[in-house]
Design a protein around this ligand. Structure first.
Ligand SMILES: [Zn+2]
Length: 435
């Protein structure tokens, strides 16, 4: 591993499906910096999102650069080709400097038997009793267990190596950040599995900056974490211990850190994450995506008039296409259909009713997570509206931008980086920041 681009200690992945909120998102990073929390903004968009919306990866780079210029941002920032694979990466190579290599599809498929044996033979240190600093208990991994894990993950790691080398050949290895993601799969990776995976990734000579495992529990789109919090906290701490150990043991980059593909809004795990990061003096990449699209809808609804009308129309279309919109996201949404209001009911709602149902404020009794999740996966409707949607974004820019900035800053960055709860009264109002 020679030269490679490194990622700052704390970084925030921000999705912006319709490419209008770059400045409002970056403003959240400016506010965090003012309070002493340095956050590297990373704009991420997956191939799937580009395809649904009909955009090109170069448009994300253009948006990021425009935001950086408008706000005079002097710190690093990156453009992430999110969840790419060998067959989708090419059009991302020029405009991106961060690549999330998704190998979930090959997890569980067997690598060549000879490769598995060679891996196990090469890593006798993994078998037996391993004492990992700052991990509560020693790890006992048998040789058979190392072999089982290699059988499950080695092909995926080899796949990551192929994709990494493809990007490096085209772009130059010094010019990008590499993440490997394994989150979009059925079962979580345990800390011992993560250790074996990291050993294999080091063998592939990937200068890994971030790794996105699948954590225990459900990371549904746009709503809070669902799972055993104590179990998550233990696993997250053990993962940090494993990463620190693997950096030493296998010569992985010192800046290697966890990437949490949050599906947005996992508020209840922010405090355990913050405590663990502090304990380990570790960094974090937190990826959010759809939360900004929902703030656009909230801003439109709040604006009233034609803005509210668009928000209602999007819901009316979405409720007629529930099955179609939910199918691709079956593993990452939990919608209670009984709780979905009818289109007729929503057409009678005023701004406040719409916003209260949609905004992720757990203290508001009118907040409706099923309504929110359905709209989260319905961004294609806005894409189909085309000009009507885009011109409304422009017309109501100020109210939307305020919602986008406050959401990222107050609900995400503050609790995660500054240890303040999202329901605390904001210490710093975003309106005070010049546009
Ligand atoms: Zn992901």
């Amino acid at each position: 591993m020679s030269k490679y681009l490194t990622l700052g200690k704390f970084s925030f992945g921000m999705g912006d499906r319709f490419a209008h909120q770059g400045r409002a998102q970056l403003r959240a990073c400016v506010l965090a910096a003012e309070l002493g929390a340095e956050v590297v903004p990373v704009w991420n968009k997956s191939n799937r999102e580009h395809t649904f919306i009909g955009t090109d990866p170069a448009s994300l780079r253009a948006e990021a650069e425009a935001a950086v210029k408008a706000l005079g941002w002097q710190q690093p920032y990156h453009v992430d080709a999110d969840h790419i694979r060998l067959e989708t990466v090419d059009r991302f190579i020029a405009p991106s400097d961060f690549f999330t290599i998704d190998v979930a599809d090959t997890i569980g498929k067997a690598a060549a038997a000879g490769d598995v044996k060679a891996f196990v033979d090469r890593h006798p240190e993994l078998a037996g009793r391993l004492t990992i600093p700052r991990m509560g208990q020693p790890l006992d991994i048998s040789r058979a267990e190392v072999e089982r894990v290699a059988n499950k993950f080695l092909l995926a790691v080899q796949d990551a190596g192929r994709i990494y080398r493809h990007i490096a050949a085209a772009k130059g290895e010094a010019n990008f950040i590499t993440e490997v993601s394994m989150d979009e799969t059925d079962s979580p990776q345990t800390p011992p599995e993560l250790l074996v995976i990291l050993a294999a990734l080091a063998d592939e000579q990937i200068p890994l900056q971030t790794i996105a495992p699948k954590f225990t529990g459900r990371f549904n789109k746009g709503v809070d974490y669902a799972g055993d919090l104590a179990q998550f906290e233990k696993e997250f701490n053990d993962d940090l211990a494993v990463i620190a150990f693997a950096i030493q043991q296998y010569g992985l980059p010192a800046s290697l850190k966890l990437s949490v593909h949050s599906g947005s809004d996992k508020f209840s795990i922010y405090e355990p994450i913050r405590k663990a990061l502090k304990k380990f003096d570790a960094g974090l990449h937190l990826k959010t995506a759809g939360t900004t699209w929902l703030e656009e809808l909230i801003g439109l609804a709040e604006a009233g008039g034609d803005g509210l009308e668009i928000a209602r129309d999007i819901y009316a279309y979405a409720i007629q296409h529930v099955d179609e919109f939910c199918a691709p996201y079956a593993t990452v949404i939990d919608i209670d259909r009984q709780k979905l209001p009818t289109a007729t009911a929503v057409n009678g709602w005023n701004s406040n009713q719409f916003v209260s149902a949609l905004r992720h404020d757990r203290t508001n009794p009118a907040y409706n997570p099923s309504f929110r999740q359905l709209l989260h996966v319905s961004f294609k409707v806005a894409a189909k509206m085309g000009e009507r949607y885009y011109s409304a974004l422009q017309k109501h820019e100020s109210v939307i931008a305020r919602n986008v900035t406050e959401n990222l800053f107050d609900r995400h960055m503050k609790p995660l980086l500054l240890g303040r709860h999202e329901n605390e009264k904001p210490a710093h109002r975003c309106e005070a920041v010049p546009a």
